[in-house]
Design a protein around this ligand. Sequence first.
Ligand code: ZN
Length: 186
Amino acid sequence: MSCDADVSLDGWLADLARPGTVRPVRTAPDPVLARAGADVDPTDPAVLRLAADLVATMRVSPGCVGLAAPQIGESARVFAVDVTGHPKTVTSHGTFVLCNATVVSATRLRPGREGCMSVPDLTGDVKRASRVVVEGVLPGTGATVRLTTDGFEARALQHEIDHCAGLLFLDQVAGAHALYQRKVYL
Ligand SMILES: [Zn+2]
């Protein structure tokens, strides 16, 4: 685990202008989920408000380890992740929001089960890299960070970066045989 930029993720949430507002989560086939998000200016106050809303909405949603802007109706390349305390978590960087994030390197493809608040009735097996390096920009300061992570947090990052490109996990499963009806909503 490392964050080899000159900024720490610790405490950056204090930069958010105000507590976020919990917003309704869009579900498939809402067209905003299929649209590639636009690049944002991470220092724009509107992006800070969006970041705060993503964190607030993620936090009130049981079992939610990540949420991307298209899921609350904003076609923008911004997402929140927090895998803290999840039983599958290996490495965790806590709660963070990244803007305009890209996967810099991805290795060791592994299958794993995924769910999504925008696809409430299904889970699916998706192959993802189990080690990634992701680069993105923090809302507010505009500082660029490079995160190296693995396992469940790596999966969550790839899932959210996909949302920002207009992709759902349904687009990444091998086929209908890799989809499962959810018995309990988590
Ligand atoms: Zn999702």
